[in-house]
Design a binder for this molecule. Structure first.
Ligand code: ADP
Ligand code: ADP
Length: 232
């Protein structure tokens, strides 16, 4: 198992007000899975993704990531694990506007202290992998939404993370570009990349092999289809 979430509760405290965002959540994900997380607004999806991404900790329960219990790590240790193990893809791409695609993809390797020559080599490979070999020296405002998201996916891949966490990755794209991004995720998944994505759109979730639905902080359903429905 790459992810084991055991009896996780999350309670937010704002002064005297407590919000139970996750309630006894159990979820296991194997290496190489492709999972959609669905559910209405406020059902706990972001809270779960923050915990899976080592951006936040559960109030109680266990989170084991790639064999390591990360439930009780301090912020510094958690940040280290995050940089090592997690690739993030966001709805709004989060690229640095003044940097080329190549530079944006190099960023995680700067934090990981990879030398300049190796950084460039790996960033070029990652951009090639997402089909952007001919756009490496373009800046984000010279690219379409779908291309920007592919740069972000290259950036997420470049340190060879244990999992990719994508939060509404198609939310800012037209449906054609959204389908292209899901095709790319499917291709990466076939190559063995483990992907967990949050989406509101059933059409997007249909591209994944497994759909987990949340409601009021509970895991409400967990459905695996034998064969993912391919695009088109
Ligand atoms: P979703 O991503 O499904 O919309 P969230 O995980 O963002 O759901 O939120 C789950 C519940 O926790 C909601 O009731 C939300 O208002 C609450 N919540 C989320 N983050 C915080 C926070 N930082 N402080 C207090 N309450 C929060
Ligand atoms: P999403 O659109 O991904 O569901 P949300 O709108 O639920 O995101 O939350 C956006 C951010 O605001 C998150 O970081 C979440 O933790 C925080 N948040 C959500 N609800 C509350 C709340 N009631 N109080 C404080 N922070 C909140």
């Amino acid at each position: 198992m790459i992810i084991e979430v055991k009896d996780v509760n999350k309670v937010y405290k704002n002064g005297k007000i407590e919000v139970r965002a996750l309630n006894k959540v159990n979820l296991s994900v194997e290496r190489g899975e492709f999972v959609s997380i669905m559910g209405p607004s406020g059902s706990g999806k972001s809270t779960l993704m923050n915990i899976l991404g080592c951006l936040d900790r559960a109030t109680s329960g266990k989170y084991i990531l790639d064999g390591m219990d990360v439930s009780n790590l301090n912020d510094v240790e958690l940040a280290r694990i995050r940089n090592l193990k997690i690739g993030f893809v966001f709805q709004s791409f989060n690229l640095l506007p003044r940097m080329t695609a190549l530079r944006n993809v190099e960023l995680p390797m700067i934090y990981a202290k990879v030398n300049a020559k190796e950084r460039k080599r790996r960033a070029e490979m990652a951009l090639e992998r997402v089909g952007l070999k001919d756009r490496m020296n373009h800046k984000p405002n010279e690219m379409s939404g779908g291309q920007k998201q592919r740069v972000a996916i290259a950036r997420a891949l470049v340190n060879d993370p244990a999992i990719i966490l994508a939060d509404e990755p198609t939310g800012n794209l037209d449906s054609y570009s959204g389908e292209e991004i899901m095709d790319l995720f499917q291709e990466l998944n076939r190559e063995g990349v483990t992907i967990i994505l949050v989406t509101h759109e059933p059409d997007i979730a249909q591209h994944t092999k497994r759909i987990v639905t949340f409601r009021d902080g509970h895991l409400k359903s967990d459905v695996t289809v034998q064969k993912p429905l391919d695009a088109k």
